[in-house]
Design a protein around this ligand. Structure first.
Ligand SMILES: Nc1ncnc2c1ncn2[C@@H]1O[C@H](COP(=O)(O)OP(=O)(O)OP(=O)(O)O)[C@@H](O)[C@H]1O
Length: 397
């Protein structure tokens, strides 16, 4: 799949924009706050109907306007599709495929798939659980229609249950209705947990090798899904926490409180084979404890890098996660997704930049940056360069 073109009208800081993309590497460069990320956001919106920044539609519309238009032409299996989004200040957005209006965003499924990579993604392990849940939800919402529908039902139920918990404080007779919400919460919650676990299993099949190579053979990385209900069933945990929920007027267990754990084991190689270009900057972070000897290297104790990892270790694991996401999406959709790289290169050291650029040479990519030095230094082949300046674009090649 490829993006061929994008047109914007009254979107963020663009009055009018028309841009044709190359099928390989496209660079948008310019100073800060000129509108580079706005273009990536508009592309992402045309595939998912949502802003990657979580911005509401009304804030995407250009100041002092009531409506905005995004028109994207994509190509899939040699066939062109035109996706139109019509954002309105006071009513839901209109979406059309080839000028035929669609009712549900899920009808866009399968036409286009984006992987968005921003500097915030590099902090996914260091920051709190909400970013990690968001990562899974954003990806699964593009991969799985049923998941998207279960998630929106679940979120609706959580909102209803939380407002009920508040109202019970004033109207005790409402207590009887709590069971009805709990039954539905368990039904959708379990479906979400099951699908997330399956997704994490799929990521694990890829990430261990990616991470091993990225750290020059020094680390193994495994992700596990952590349920807020621990070993209890969701139903039992809801019952157990009911008193507390009523007191704090909020639902304390369920997939909206779950997390991902990132465990790293360090490999102490006596005679490490392969070609560890030394990417690791955290070799002394782990204590050599509880070691067991496995062939030519010794494996240290697993540590939870959310709590005990060095910053470098956390960022490398985050890069492994993103690279694995790209690989997994490729496998699952039997096509290459489109990669949107928002000023990520400047956040990485030379070796990791190299690794990332090498990994994406076969994917259509739109990259934002403030300068072109990184690409020149890496002799990375660029197919199209656009200079972004204050809501206008100049085609440089
Ligand atoms: N609704 C809106 N209407 C008009 N302009 C907007 C709107 N929302 C944001 N902007 C403007 O868009 C610009 C920011 O654009 P963007 O986030 O794409 O910057 P950028 O070029 O990616 O910058 P950086 O390199 O700092 O990330 C700012 O000038 C901001 O004022």
């Amino acid at each position: 799949m490829l993006i061929r073109s994008l047109k914007l009208k009254n979107y963020r800081n663009y009055d009018l924009l028309s841009i044709d993309f190359d099928s390989h590497t496209n660079i948008l460069y310019g100073d800060n706050a000129q509108g580079k990320t706005n273009i990536l956001e508009a592309l992402y919106l045309s595939g998912t109907t949502k802003s990657h920044r979580g911005t509401k539609d009304r804030d995407l519309i250009q100041f002092e306007h009531d409506e905005s238009h995004i028109e994207t032409v994509v190509e899939k299996n040699g066939v062109h599709f035109q996706i139109d989004l019509h954002l309105k200040k006071n009513s839901p957005k209109g979406i059309a495929i080839d000028k035929v209006p669609i009712k549900r965003a899920s009808e866009l499924f399968g036409i286009i798939h984006f992987v968005f990579f921003s500097p915030e993604d590099l902090n996914i392990i260091k920051d709190g659980p909400s970013g990690r849940r968001r990562f899974v939800d954003l990806e699964l919402s593009q991969l799985d229609k049923v998941y998207l529908s279960n998630l929106s039902n679940y979120n609706r139920i959580i909102n209803q249950r939380n407002s009920l918990l508040k109202n019970i404080y004033y109207q005790k007779n409402l207590m009887e209705t709590l069971d009805v919400w709990d039954i539905q919460l368990v039904e959708y919650g379990n479906k979400i947990i099951e699908r997330r676990k399956e997704f994490i299993d799929q990521v694990n099949e890829i990430i261990s090798e990616v991470h091993f190579r990225l750290t020059g053979g020094k680390e193994n990385l495994v992700i596990s899904y952590e349920q807020s209900n621990g070993n209890m069933t969701l139903e039992a945990a809801l019952k157990k926490n009911r008193e507390r929920d009523l007191r704090v007027k909020s639902t304390s267990v369920g997939p909206h409180r779950d997390d991902l754990c990132f465990s790293v084991t360090t490999c102490f190689a006596d005679n490490l084979n392969g070609d560890p270009e030394d990417l690791g900057d955290n070799s002394d972070q782990n204590q050599k404890s509880d070691s067991s000897v496995d062939g030519s290297y010794t494996v240290g104790k697993a540590i939870d890098i959310r709590r005990f990892g060095s910053q470098g270790q956390q960022r490398t694991a985050a890069l492994s996660l993103k690279l694995s996401e790209i690989e997994l999406v490729k496998e699952l959709i039997h096509d290459t997704p489109i990669l949107l790289l928002d000023d990520v290169l400047s956040e990485l050291d030379k070796n990791r930049q190299n690794y990332l650029l090498d990994s994406i040479h076969d994917i259509q990519t739109v990259i934002t940056c403030t300068g072109l030095d990184e690409f020149v230094n890496h002799r990375f082949s660029i197919n199209k360069v656009f200079h972004v300046k204050n809501g206008t674009i100049e085609d440089c090649q």
